[in-house]
Design a protein around this ligand. Structure first.
Ligand SMILES: Nc1ncnc2c1ncn2[C@@H]1O[C@H](COP(=O)(O)OP(=O)(O)OP(=O)(O)O)[C@@H](O)[C@H]1O
Length: 246
């Protein structure tokens, strides 16, 4: 049932405890939300899962394999893909090339698979509504499309676990609703995928997440469904604000 298990995770930046004794268990094929105020430790958590940082203490286990100490490329090959809060596309490559980089990371350059790979790129272009922009440089796309392209590139690595860091950042309410439908469609088409997302926009969290962890100063202060955590007094005090839940 469980895909990702995080136990006793702690991470220090010098004297600052960015993550403090964190426990999270993410079941397969679910969408799991990580929410919390600025500086709560959410992006640090993604950086620890993806091997950008090595934790000060604790365990991160994907499918019974420990990720701690493994380099990022190996963690990617084990099935973890991510997007970034601040977009990190290859701006001078076009849309197809950006997606192709994701495929190469996963499978390498294989001539025998060229047709299969280009079919998959086409499927991703259609799913993300990028087919008309396929040959455009990523850096020239409108912001919302750049965000979608990052998700498409991550999916091209055929991940078991997709980590989305504030996928709705900078989007207007209509775009957020579009993104909710899109992520639901991703979930339908990639039926084995498990998604963990960091988000500030409660509309997106409410619309998508089966389960959430609320973080505050590096600690998990509540776990549960969105409804459960919204009525948790610690969460109300630390993050949501009383007005939002009344
Ligand atoms: N590379 C770093 N060096 C030193 N301190 C860092 C570093 N990265 C993050 N921090 C600090 O660690 C804490 C957690 O930061 P983090 O970026 O994980 O929070 P966050 O929950 O993702 O916040 P936001 O919602 O603003 O992205 C913050 O106090 C931040 O200033």
């Amino acid at each position: 049932m469980e895909l990702l298990r995080i136990e006793n995770l702690t991470h220090m930046f010098g004297g600052l405890k960015a993550i403090s004794d964190l426990h999270i268990a993410v079941n397969r094929k679910t969408i799991y939300g990580v929410i919390g105020a600025n500086g709560a430790g959410k992006t640090t958590l993604f950086n620890l899962i993806t091997g950008i940082y090595k934790p000060t203490a604790g365990r991160i286990v994907l499918d019974r394999t420990s990720l701690v100490g493994k380099p990022s490329y190996e963690i990617s090959r084990l099935g973890v893909a991510r997007t970034f809060q601040n977009l990190r596309l290859f701006n001078d490559l076009n849309v197809i090339e950006n997606i192709h980089v994701g495929q190469i990371c996963h499978r390498g350059l294989r001539k025998s698979k060229a047709k299969e790979m280009s079919d998959k790129i086409e499927d991703l272009l259609n799913l993300f509504g990028l087919e008309m922009r396929a040959n455009e440089k990523a850096g020239n796309l409108p912001y919302g499309m750049q965000r979608k392209l990052e998700i498409a590139r991550a999916l091209a690595t055929e991940p078991k676990l997709l980590l989305l860091d504030e996928p709705a950042a900078g989007m207007n309410p209509k775009e957020v609703l579009g993104l909710v439908s899109l992520i639901q469609e991703v979930k339908k088409q990639f039926s084995d995928i498990t998604i963990v997302l960091i988000e500030h926009q409660m509309k997106l969290v409410e619309g998508l997440c089966d389960y959430v962890t609320v973080m505050n100063f590096g600690q998990a202060i509540a776990n549960g469904t969105v409804q459960e955590v919204q009525s948790n007094p610690k969460v109300i005090k630390a993050y949501l604000g009383e007005a939002e839940v009344s």
